[in-house]
Design a protein around this ligand. Structure first.
Ligand code: KIV
Ligand code: NA
Length: 266
């Protein structure tokens, strides 16, 4: 299959073909999502709370992300692999951002990076873009700033906040961003951003009018006990895995596994 590339994203937007993005953090899931035709695999810093049992994304480091990025990029043939830059690895300067992004491409094999923030990071986006590193923006609720934002709250409510969100999205796009993730934004505001941007918006809790959608895979597949309102469970994989595990343990305890067909006679 042909690899999804930067120009395909814009093409999809122009044609009105919705883009699909899912998080992935390992080879097992990346292979499945890639074969299922997901356009973009995001190695999100949501790995922190979903895979590494951190309370938030804040403690995640570039060193923790790299093996996950490598596993996902090695296990996918079609999807564009996007690596999140974790908290503290890019904010201080364009140079710091560039250094972290370079590691994601050189050591991780990512095709693009994503980081959180608006117009104040336009220079970061510009430097990476000029250096050949595609950048995806992330606006609205930005989990790395939850201590400033006062928890997980919808962003861009009210005329002033909505205008600010549109201005931030435009600044990122003008600086070269190839797409912008919108998280927990009122649907009409996300629709407005989608209308003014030439590059795709990818929504999560941002309504139906974005150019694409993203979910954290463990939410999407029903691996978690709780998922946020915006995260529809498209399966109950956690329950299925639990059942398989119970069946295995019972078979071992009852002596029905391994049977003859699982054994070598000589
Ligand atoms: O880390 C992540 O999973 C993300 C998505 C929610 C967009 O940034
Ligand atoms: Na993230």
């Amino acid at each position: 299959p042909r690899r999804v590339r930067v120009h395909h994203l814009r093409q999809s937007k122009e044609r009105g073909e919705p883009l699909t993005m899912l998080t992935a953090y390992d080879a097992v899931t990346a292979r499945i999502f890639d074969e299922a035709g997901i356009d973009m695999l995001l190695v999100g810093d949501s790995m922190g709370d979903n895979m590494l049992a951190h309370p938030t994304t804040i403690p995640v480091t570039v060193d923790e992300m790299i093996p996950a990025v490598r596993a996902v990029s090695r296990s996918s043939r079609r999807a564009m692999v996007i690596a999140d830059l974790p908290f503290g690895s890019y904010e201080a300067s364009p140079a710091q951002c560039h250094a972290s992004a370079v590691r994601m491409l050189k050591e991780g094999g990512a095709h693009a990076v994503k980081f959180e923030g608006g117009a104040h990071l336009a220079e970061h986006v510009q430097l990476l873009t000029r250096s050949g590193i595609p950048v995806v923006g992330h606006l609205g609720f930005t989990p790395q700033s939850e201590n400033m934002l006062g928890g997980k709250r919808v962003q861009g409510r009210g005329a002033e906040a909505a205008d600010q969100l549109v201005a931030d999205a435009l600044a990122l796009a003008e600086a070269g961003a190839i797409a912008v993730v919108l998280e927990m934004v009122p649907a009409p505001v996300a629709a407005r951003v989608t209308e003014v941007l030439d590059v795709p918006t990818i929504g999560i809790g941002a309504g139906p009018d974005c150019d694409g959608q993203v979910l954290v895979w463990t939410d999407m597949a029903g691996m978690t006990g709780w998922s946020p309102r915006f995260a529809k469970r498209f399966g109950e994989v956690g329950a299925e895995l639990f059942a398989a595990t119970r069946n295995y343990a019972r078979a071992v305890r009852e002596g029905t596994f391994p049977a003859a067909e699982h054994s070598y006679e000589k």
